[in-house]
Design a binder for this molecule. Structure first.
Ligand code: ARG
Length: 458
């Protein structure tokens, strides 16, 4: 038996203590833990369960402890395991025996469930503001470049012309759904576990409504067993964050592509481009690449949480302590990614000429040429066939569609007339004027709607 195997002050083998202690990471919950304890103490006093003077001492002591933690003066003690016991031990040092009354009608099981719900509700609000900042930056970029034309892609092949603003607003929509998912997660997290005790409820005349009100919960968890065992709200947060990161990673990927010489649609500002230690010409999009890469760890955190919960018997099990590090990591990652993406988007420069040139020097008008034939009375299938042969011819000749002569057009369909030569990117874009399309009129309306949504008018 080495010294490491001898029991610690609290009687726990020191390896077991190291293995089970969570204070290194759950200290992040100190504000939520203290707020919940204050509300609990006040309720115990007003219900006559503990003396009012003790509750006052408890609340005052907790206020001082919060200040100590915030000043960085609190000595977190590893042997006290977790944030709950650390705070309670310090409270005892400060106010003596009255501290022992705080844990009446409560268990660490309903306590941690309460702390986690408070934390997740706050994180949902933070995520929503972070998303809003990215949406604001996207909207500004779209508005500053409202006339810019680019090729839209399918299969990463140039497909049809688009307004760049329309393409950017696609991300605005995705992020709008993400915000809804966080709001929805928050609604389900919003139920007070305190009062559930260890699992079966408590044998004291407690009153849960005022505790809920003081902590900002709008309802009570309805079943004590579920209340201490449930971490669905953590899974939901992880899932909403994973989806948000997935969207940001698609945006990041397009930034990587667009900043390449092959595309050249955007220039990465100096402050968001990193150099290479060996290749002097490089301006690497590392921020976007890391946003893409960090999506992987957020997916991993979601999978970790689902796996922790799988097959767990009711009610509380210590496995649940493993919910914290992945959650905190996800919160940090998604918040940092939202912040840096908003900043980078605000600094991006669009190159309108290169974006339009990519559309111009391609066959993105092929659909419009087929639609032209349809307007001249040709059946769509026949028109599609004629234009696909026409495009093959142009490709073999190394010509863009706009470089073909009327004679060349007419050798693929007699329905072509002089006016086919006036088909251009802008007319193709203007023609797509059905709701949700890329016409300038529709995009203006979409920009306006986006503003209204950000201002909460929708
Ligand atoms: N550190 C624990 C957790 O995070 C707190 C609850 C501990 N409860 C218990 N009965 N040991 O889940």
């Amino acid at each position: 038996m080495t010294s490491r195997d001898s029991p610690t002050a609290r009687g726990l083998n020191s390896r077991a203590l190291d293995y089970t202690a969570s204070i290194a990471f759950d200290r992040r919950l100190y504000r939520h833990d203290i707020a919940a304890s204050m509300a609990h103490a006040r309720m115990l006093a007003s219900q006559g369960i503990i003396p009012g003077v003790d509750a006052e001492a408890i609340v005052r002591g907790l206020e001082e402890i919060r200040a100590e933690i915030e000043r960085g003066e609190f000595a977190f003690r590893h042997e006290m395991e977790d944030i709950h016991l650390n705070i309670e031990a310090r409270l005892k040092e400060k106010i003596g025996e009255a501290a022992g009354r705080l844990h009446t009608a409560r268990s660490r099981n309903d306590q941690i469930a309460t702390d986690m719900r408070l934390y997740v509700m706050e994180a949902c609000d933070d995520a929503a503001s972070g998303i809003k900042a990215v949406q604001t930056a996207l909207l500004a970029l779209a508005e500053a470049n409202r006339d810019v034309i680019m090729p839209g892609y399918t299969h990463l092949q140039r497909a049809q012309p688009l307004l760049l603003a329309h393409h950017l607003l696609a991300y605005f929509e995705m992020l709008e759904r993400d915000k809804e998912r966080f709001a929805d997660c928050r609604r389900r997290a919003d139920a007070l576990p305190l009062g559930s005790g260890a699992l079966a409820g408590v044998p004291y005349p407690i009153e849960r409504e005022s505790v809920a009100r003081e902590l900002g919960f709008s309802r009570l968890a309805g079943n004590s067993v579920d209340a201490v065992a449930d971490r669905d709200f953590v899974v939901e947060f992880q899932a909403a964050a994973a989806m948000t990161m997935m969207h940001l990673s698609r945006l990041a990927e397009e930034i990587v592509l667009w900043a390449s010489d092959e595309f050249g649609f955007i220039g990465l500002p100096e402050e968001f481009a990193t150099g290479s230690s060996i290749m002097p010409q490089k301006r690497n999009p590392d921020v976007a690449e890391l946003a893409r890469g960090k999506t992987g760890r957020v997916y991993g955190n979601l999978m970790a949480m689902l796996t922790i919960l799988k097959g767990l018997p009711l009610a509380y099990n210590r496995d649940l302590q493993e919910d914290k590090q992945p959650l905190f990591d996800t919160v940090d990652t998604v918040m940092a990614t939202l912040e840096v993406m908003a900043a980078m988007l605000s600094a991006l420069r669009v190159d309108p000429l290169l974006a339009e040139a990519a559309a111009q020097g391609s066959y993105v008008l092929a659909t419009d040429v087929a639609d032209y034939l349809v307007r001249k009375g040709v059946a769509f299938r026949d028109a599609h066939q004629a234009v696909s042969e026409l495009v093959r011819h142009a490709q073999l000749e190394g010509k863009a569609l706009c470089e073909l002569s009327l004679e060349e057009y007419r050798s693929y369909s007699a329905a072509f007339e002089e006016d086919v030569l006036s088909l251009d990117l802008r007319s193709a874009i203007e023609a797509r004027d059905a709701p949700g399309g890329t016409s300038p009129r529709q995009v203006e309306a979409a920009l306006k709607r986006a503003h209204e949504r950000l201002e909460g008018k929708r």
